[in-house]
Ligand binder design. Structure first.
Ligand code: PRX
Length: 648
């Protein structure tokens, strides 16, 4: 069977790899049998101010939940990413930056990055930011965004980075939740030749009547495009740092002190502020970055994720910088102005390690191999994939056209909540199968359970859970610890519930099958269907809405919205377009529906619950396999929806 074919480890990789298969098995076993001993050693990979003596204190019992790692140690995340490299690597490049326009290039050494972080940390202090305060960062993909994050970490402030694709309403909700006093932004961002009005979006967010907490907005001049200015509130980044000292001692943080907040979508309610703490997160991010990407000190490492997502946090900033790596940061998208941009950038910067998302691979693949006829790619060693299941066709294309059949692909499964990679091949240890995330990382105990929570053994399929804690795990939902327990530990008591389905094959390899809850994954962006539904229902003409994902060739999943209008409102094309714009305004462009279907009625049980199972099948055009409709209050609703779908 083609999808099951096994890809051997190229000898060029195997000969120099950090971990072989035998070592993986030995280390994995040790990490499970003796977690305290294992992590006592591996915790030492980062610098501690006060070394820890306590390692792991964790319980997944929903009635008595606690998660603590290295908990009597103290450290600083920014010092781990900067200061500790200054002695030997101060002139090593930390960041190679390329703009949306390839003619714009900037390089920063570790010493320059350190200096900028110290200056900006002093600037934050001068604006009244203190340890424990939440600072919102809404910035483009420029080095200053990393400077801002590390400056917060340096003084013990908690950063909350918001992806540039979110709308003013979404920004406002996150600012309110974090009670953020300071927002850091730029005049504009640039993406695929278009500017993104970051400062204007912040202005609009702050005009929201419920946003009362923000005192200062720090603005980085990036494009020099036109912006509004609010005296006494807005301050230019440049004016703050010209007077700021280049010396800034770092705060001594406890291992369990918060490092950052990052909002992510769940199956219900508003986005959750995922809280990560300092010690365990740093150990886990640094360690996974080293082993999963078989990191070597001369690597040029390129993670194409936006810094506004967890992949950007763990594998563009904290993991690689803690390891003293040289990262490539790109402001635009890797397929603009043409699909060959990705290959040109790899060759131009001699990239050794590329970490990207299946959606990008599929979009480039759709353009044809000839776009890569001039691509050399000989610098590449390791390819990574993240964010959604990678289909075997895209995997093979990545392997052949980008990797020239010489680079292992690490298909890394993880989540915002997990802080770092949990299931993945290791380049020198794991033979790969296209589409499988393969085996657990050290210390990670995945399992598959049925819907009753019974553990399934051997080859099986069901809900993916994790049985014990790992250091990079989130510690709470900011301001709502009960929701944290309810969301992750109550479904299957004593286990971390991932919300994903998975299969385990005869070799013990894991295959992620996608979300089992009402979360969808659109072009690698995670969205709650409930969020999109509430945005639609907030429109004055909409009575009800149900949103599902449907298979999409490039994005993996597209957004399909069934909309019931208020009585008397006409179902027409202009209203459809207005609703698409409306969702964009309420949430952001990433949530914009791909297809809207008018639904005079939605399929419901007699108790009024929407039966999404049917809606998913109809959206996917799988109308011959609808299954039992006898529990529906009115089965004829389904027939009406099918007729409309067929005419679409
Ligand atoms: O469904 C899984 C999918 O992305 C979800 C997590 O999304 P987010 O928190 O935004 O983090 C994305 C980056 C880590 C997971 O629950 N997912 C992530 N990686 C993979 C994946 N699905 C299949 N294969 C993967 N490698």
């Amino acid at each position: 069977m083609k999808a099951q074919s096994l890809y051997k480890i190229p000898s060029t990789i195997a000969d120099n790899a950090l971990v072989t298969d035998a070592q993986y098995k030995k280390m994995y076993q040790e990490s499970i049998i003796n977690p305290n001993g294992f992590w006592r050693e591996h915790g030492k990979r980062i610098d501690w101010i006060k070394p820890y003596s306590q390692i792991k204190k964790t319980s997944f019992d929903a009635h008595n939940l606690y998660i603590k790692w290295f908990y009597d140690g103290t450290l600083n995340a920014s010092a781990n990413c900067l200061d500790r490299h200054l002695q030997h690597d101060e002139h090593k490049l930390a960041i190679i930056w390329e703009g949306d326009d390839a003619n714009k290039q900037r390089n920063l050494t570790y010493s320059q990055l350190h200096q900028q972080v110290c200056q900006f940390a002093n600037a934050l202090l001068s604006q009244g930011v203190r340890r424990g305060n939440v600072v919102t960062i809404y910035m483009p993909m420029i080095p200053e965004t990393i400077v801002a994050m590390l400056a917060c970490a340096r003084i013990g402030a908690i950063h909350s980075v918001i992806f540039g694709g979110f709308s003013p309403d979404s920004i406002a909700a996150r600012i309110i939740d974090g009670a953020s006093k300071v927002v850091i932004t730029a005049d504009e961002g640039v993406r695929a030749g278009r500017t993104i009005p970051l400062k204007n979006n912040v202005d609009e967010a702050l005009a929201h009547p419920d946003v009362q907490c923000v005192e200062k907005v720090i603005v980085m001049k990036h494009t020099a495009g036109p912006i509004n200015w609010v005296n006494d509130r807005d301050i230019w980044w440049e004016s703050l740092i010209t007077t700021a000292s280049k010396h800034c001692p770092f705060e001594e943080m406890a291992a369990e002190d918060p490092l950052f907040l990052l909002y992510t979508s769940g199956s219900t309610g508003s986005p959750k502020g995922v809280l990560h703490t300092t010690g365990g997160y740093m150990v886990y991010a640094a360690m996974t970055h080293e082993y999963v990407f078989d990191y070597k000190k001369d690597d040029i490492y390129w993670c194409t994720a936006d810094v506004g997502w967890i992949t950007g946090h763990s594998y563009m900033v904290y993991g690689p910088l803690a390891n003293g790596a040289t990262i490539l940061m790109h402001e635009g998208v890797p397929n603009y102005p043409s699909p060959s941009r990705l290959g040109e950038m790899i060759d131009r910067h001699k990239v050794t390690t590329l970490y990207t998302a299946p959606t990008l691979i599929r979009s480039i693949m759709a353009e044809g191999k000839d776009k890569f006829s001039h691509f050399d790619g000989c610098s590449l060693r390791i390819l990574g994939s993240v964010g959604e299941p990678i289909n075997p066709e895209a995997w093979r294309w990545y392997h052949e056209v980008i990797g020239k059949q010489a680079c292992p692909i690490v298909d890394t499964w993880w989540q915002t909540e997990t802080g770092g990679i949990l299931i993945t091949p290791l380049p020198g240890a794991t033979e790969t199968k296209p589409g499988s995330a393969t085996r657990p990382f050290f210390g990670v105990q995945p399992a598959i359970v049925d819907n009753q929570g019974t553990l399934l053994e051997g080859k099986s399929e069901g809900n993916l859970v994790i049985l014990d804690s790992w250091p990079g795990q989130m510690r709470t939902i900011y301001g709502d610890h009960d929701r944290f327990i309810l969301t992750y530990f109550k479904t299957f008591n004593g286990m971390y519930c991932t919300g994903d389905g998975a299969k385990r094959d005869e070799d013990g390899y894991y295959w992620i099958t996608g979300r089992v809850d009402d979360v969808i994954n659109v072009a690698g962006h995670r969205l709650g269907t409930a969020e999109i539904e509430s945005a639609l229902v907030a429109h004055p003409h909409v009575a009800e809405a149900a949103v599902v994902g449907y298979p999409h060739d490039i994005k993996g999943q597209g957004i399909y919205a069934y909309v019931t209008l208020n009585t008397g409102v006409k179902e027409d094309e202009p209203l459809m377009q207005e609703l698409i714009r409306w969702v964009r305004k309420e949430i952001g462009s990433i949530a914009s529906p791909d297809l809207i279907q008018w639904a005079p009625d939605l399929p419901k049980t007699r108790s009024g619950k929407i039966m999404r199972r049917f809606l998913r099948k109809i959206a996917a055009n799988e109308i011959t396999q609808l299954g039992d409709a006898s529990t529906l209050a009115d089965p004829s609703v389904i027939d009406a929806l099918i007729v409309t779908r067929l005419n679409k």
